[in-house]
Structures are given as structure tokens and as C-alpha cells.
Design a protein around this ligand. Structure first.
Ligand code: ZN
Length: 252
């Protein structure tokens, strides 16, 4: 965390969010990996060190699957965070776009549609503040099915966005896809534009930086894209309370 914070300062960021993964599938090898107390100790340490210079938020990325939703509910009631990111990596215990997944959902249409449906359930659950890396299915979907186009899923996305707007759920613009096989933002520009057209105004930015060098990866491009669509605000969270700040283009 120390290196990430130092890097954030060097980049001129005002704040940084650490978002640890939490998994619930008992078959997942990392299911018991997350140690809340250790994580919060590390957060307290860097908050102390960077006090007055960098705002540091503590978040969690929930691997959402509908079948273990009750466990997520109990767990989140026990462990407080600044924000909860809901992310779909699996559907019905099948990792997106793996052979097993594609056996069940063999066409691109089915494979992507079932993914979006699960994201819809994550929003409906009321457990999350932010939809993380929407269109993550592209990561392996693009190598499988070729270039991604969101048009076949427009109606599904409209339904999802209408619910997000109704519940004031934030959409993350995640730049990790640009350095993965998807070679695009999660979500793509068209999808982000549809969110705006359906009344979505709440966005946040994530670089999914597993290494300090990836911190704020292509943020200026992400902010420019959002600005061009019409977004003028960015959502941040403190103890699950959302605050909206003006979106600023360019470097400080
Ligand atoms: Zn993820």
C-alpha cells in the first residue's frame, strides 16, 4: 500500500481507494484469503503516514454470484468499508468464457447476455455501491468470439441502467481492459454513452492497479471519454456515503 500511496502522490491524485477482493464460492482456491483486520491495519498505517496529503479509502470487491447472495449480505453486515464494488467473474460457479461456461452458453449472444443478467442481479441485491468493470466478460470473450460490440445487448443494458439510476448505483470506468486482451475500457464507450442516455450520471474511475506502476493507468483518456459523453461529476465514498465531486480534466 505504501508504494501505491507514494505513486498516487507523485501522480498528483487527491485520493486513492484500495479494493481488496472477497470471494464466497467454497470451491474458489482464494475463498478464505481475505483478512479484514490485516487489511484495515494496513489502511490505518498509510492513512496516518499520508494524513492531510492523500485521502485513502478502504473498499472491497465482492465476487457476486446470485446463489451465495445471502452469505454476502451477512458478511458485509459484519465488516464495514467505505465502498462496496460488485463484480461478476463467474455465473452459476462457472468462470466467464471458460470451456465449461461456453458449454452451457455456447453462442456469443448467450454467453454475454447471461453475464449482464448476473450484473443486473448484483444491482438488484441492494448490496453494492458500484458496478465494477462492467463488460469484464470481454476479457476472455474477445479471444473467443472476436471484437466485442454491445448492440445485441442494448435492451439488457437499458434495463440494467434504469435500475442503477433508480437505485443511485455508480458505474465504474475501469481502464484494466486496455492492457488486457479486451483492448478497451470496461465498459466500452458506446455502453457508457447508453448509461448517460438513460440518465446515469454517477461514475467513478478505476485502474485495477495490482502493481503501483499501473496506478491511474490511462486515466486521462478515461476522463476525456467521460467528459466528451457529458459526465461532469465523479462519485467518491466515505463509510458507504456517496459524495459527488466535480470532474476535472487534465493534470494538476
Ligand atoms: Zn474483478
Amino acid at each position: 500500500m505504501l508504494e501505491h500511496c507514494a505513486r498516487a502522490m507523485a501522480l498528483g491524485l487527491d485520493e486513492i481507494g484500495f479494493t481488496e477482493h472477497k470471494d464466497f464460492d467454497p470451491n474458489d482456491p482464494v475463498v478464505d484469503y481475505f483478512d479484514y483486520d490485516l487489511f484495515m491495519d494496513d489502511i490505518a498505517y498509510v492513512r496516518d503516514l499520508f494524513r492531510g496529503r492523500l485521502r485513502i479509502r478502504a473498499g472491497v470487491e465482492i465476487d457476486y454470484q446470485r446463489w451465495f447472495e445471502p452469505e454476502v449480505r451477512v458478511w458485509l453486515s459484519q465488516y464495514p468499508f467505505d465502498y462496496v464494488l460488485g463484480c461478476v467473474h463467474y455465473v452459476d460457479a462457472l468462470m466467464l468464457m471458460t470451456d465449461d461456461y461456453l458449454q452451457r452458453f455456447p453462442t456469443a449472444q448467450e454467453a454475454y447476455a447471461r453475464y449482464y443478467e448476473e450484473v443486473f442481479y448484483s444491482v438488484q441485491s441492494g448490496l453494492i455501491d458500484i458496478v465494477g468493470h462492467l463488460e469484464y466478460a470481454k476479457r476472455r470473450g474477445v479471444p473467443c468470439f472476436g471484437a466485442f460490440a454491445p448492440e445485441p445487448y442494448r435492451d439488457l443494458l437499458f434495463t440494467l441502467f434504469d435500475l442503477m439510476v433508480e437505485k443511485s448505483i455508480v458505474l465504474e470506468v475501469n481502464t484494466a481492459g486496455l492492457r488486457q486482451d479486451a483492448r478497451d475500457f470496461y465498459p466500452c464507450r458506446q455502453t457508457l454513452q447508453w448509461y448517460y442516455e438513460r440518465g446515469g450520471r454517477l461514475i467513478t474511475f478505476g485502474s485495477d492497479a495490482h502493481h503501483p506502476d499501473e496506478l491511474a493507468y490511462r486515466y486521462l483518456d478515461a476522463v476525456q471519454m467521460a467528459w466528451d459523453i457529458g459526465f461532469r461529476e465523479v462519485a467518491v465514498f466515505d463509510k458507504r456515503h456517496m459524495q459527488v465531486l466535480p470532474l476535472v480534466r487534465g493534470r494538476k
